[in-house]
Design a protein around this ligand. Structure first.
Ligand code: ADE
Length: 227
């Protein structure tokens, strides 16, 4: 039973890149069953209208509820989690990626940033599991780039997608700290040396050095992660 992912968007072409790289291989190998849908396929008017002016006034357009209602009626089952990318959602994290990697079916509703009529989330929240998810404290034009980031972060945790599962355990955020720096050959490059401890063959010393580097990077870039 591969994980199924459905993505509803007015820009299906955005997701063509998911045909390549590890995600594309996982799809080819039947580990991920991913489907991208054009929201306009659930409209019924000549112009395939998906948005309208906001009640109460203001700038921008709001996505109409009816196409979303029909699309999600057809896609959501009792097993689904509906993910709605939004700068007003809970911040996405490695913890959430781990939770979502356990699910059988994820459905992404990619709206423009002014948003989808709130009644869509209200309606489905009463019937299904729904999460509003923000990529971070900045504004994108729509949910597509956020959905792509979430698909990549989640799917690489699905067993079989990443070839060597050991490569997952020492990454940034898996132990609550940032990852230590990595080096490869040559030992000297533009007058810069690889830290000698990494050439020492002393695995205890290497582990200690890496822990110190993780802590130092976290202090420098993300002190909020430290106790
Ligand atoms: N849509 C617009 N901005 C977003 C963000 N920061 N995260 C998720 N979805 C978004």
């Amino acid at each position: 039973e591969p994980m199924r992912i459905d993505i509803v968007t007015i820009f299906p072409a955005f997701f063509d890149v998911l045909d390549v790289s590890l995600i594309g291989k996982a799809r080819d190998r039947g580990i991920l069953d991913m489907h991208v849908h054009d929201l306009r396929d659930w409209t019924h008017d000549r112009h395939r209208t998906v948005d309208d002016t906001p009640y109460g006034g203001g700038a921008g357009m709001v996505m109409k509820p009816e196409p979303w209602g029909e699309a999600l009626d057809g896609l959501l089952t009792s097993e689904s989690v509906l993910l709605v990318p939004s700068p007003a959602g809970e911040t996405f994290s490695q913890r959430m990626a781990r939770e979502l990697a356990e699910e059988r079916h994820l459905v992404f509703a990619c709206g423009r940033y002014e948003g989808i009529d709130q009644r869509v989330v209200d309606h489905f929240s009463a019937r299904r599991r729904v999460r509003l998810v923000s990529l971070g404290d900045y504004v994108l034009n729509g949910g597509e780039v956020a959905a792509m980031a979430i698909v990549e972060a989640v799917s690489r945790l699905v067993p079989g997608v990443v070839g060597n599962p050991e490569s997952l355990v020492e990454e940034s955020h898996e132990d609550g700290l940032l990852e230590y720096p990595s080096y490869t050959k040559p030992p000297t490059w533009r007058d810069l040396e690889v830290p000698p401890v990494l050439l020492s063959g002393n695995h205890g010393a290497i582990a200690t050095w890496r822990q110190e580097q993780s802590l130092e990077r976290t202090r420098l870039h993300r002190p909020d992660l430290l106790p």
